[in-house]
Design a binder for this molecule. Structure first.
Ligand SMILES: O=P(O)(O)OC[C@H]1O[C@H](OP(=O)(O)OP(=O)(O)O)[C@H](O)[C@@H]1O
Ligand SMILES: O=c1cc[nH]c(=O)[nH]1
Ligand SMILES: [Mg+2]
Length: 225
């Protein structure tokens, strides 16, 4: 299982995930390449979650030639993917290639960049839209957001996802790039969540951006800057 245990988070170490992340970090990767890279990264992360965290079961199958025993992944129908608008949209598109029958939730949660980061390293978060499926105790919930910086967005999203719902069997917070401060905050406030990321970067700058990071993921994917 190419997941490296780092105490506060599991780092997905698939070589193609690292390769793809390096391509989208490059400032010369334009909108289409960036968006496609996020889709690809989502697909790889989905396969890694299946490989590392989901069980298989033996099943009897009949090929055109004879009966044999095969293996199937258990619980693929009990997956919930939460899309944190907007930067997670291409990332989720990739995840859905691994989990095509997932139930989907959408939360529009954005940092108030004008208010800025406070002295505790947190941003005010504006939530405009929440539409979540019912979550059951059998579900594997994956909250996807390519960037986990201060953790302000993710903690707000988790509050909504866990509000008045049973605890799912597995709860994954999946990011492409994360900052140590954000991982620590989410781990501290939501110890029931497993934090998965492709890279734990160095630090946050004074504007709350991940360094070295990849810039503003939403702006790069949606060409709004
Ligand atoms: O950990 P945090 O400090 O909360 O930062 C991470 C958030 O910032 C980005 O979203 P942004 O607010 O830029 O919205 P966008 O996706 O619409 O660009 C990113 O997609 C995360 O949701
Ligand atoms: O570095 C960062 C931090 C938050 N959101 C981004 O898109 N990038
Ligand atoms: Mg943004």
């Amino acid at each position: 299982m190419p997941i490296e245990d780092r105490d506060d988070a599991y780092v997905l170490t698939h070589a193609l995930a690292k390769d793809t992340l390096s391509r989208i970090r490059d400032k010369n990767t334009e909108q289409v390449g960036f968006r496609k890279g996020l889709v690809k990264l989502g697909r790889i992360c989905g396969y890694e979650i299946i490989d590392g965290a989901m069980e298989t079961e033996y099943v009897a199958i009949e090929t055109p030639l004879e009966e044999t025993t095969g293996e199937r992944v258990k619980g693929l129908d009990d997956v919930v993917i939460i899309n944190v608008l907007r930067a997670a949209t291409p990332f989720v598109e990739g995840l859905l290639k691994a989990f095509p029958r997932a139930k989907q939730g959408v939360i529009s949660a954005g940092r108030d960049e004008e208010a800025g980061m406070n002295d505790d390293g947190e941003f005010p978060i504006t939530v405009d839209y929440v539409k979540l499926p019912e979550i059951t105790e059998d579900d594997t919930v994956i909250i996807a957001d390519p960037m986990l910086a201060t953790g302000s967005t993710m903690c707000t999203v988790l509050d909504h996802v866990l509000d008045d719902q049973p605890s799912p069997e597995d709860l994954f917070v999946l990011s492409a790039v994360s900052a140590p401060a954000g991982l620590l905050r989410v781990a501290d406030e939501f110890p029931q969540a497993d934090l998965l990321t492709v890279s734990i970067d160095d630090y946050l700058n004074d504007d709350g951006f991940i360094i070295p990071g990849l810039g503003d993921a939403g702006d790069r994917a949606f060409r709004t800057q």
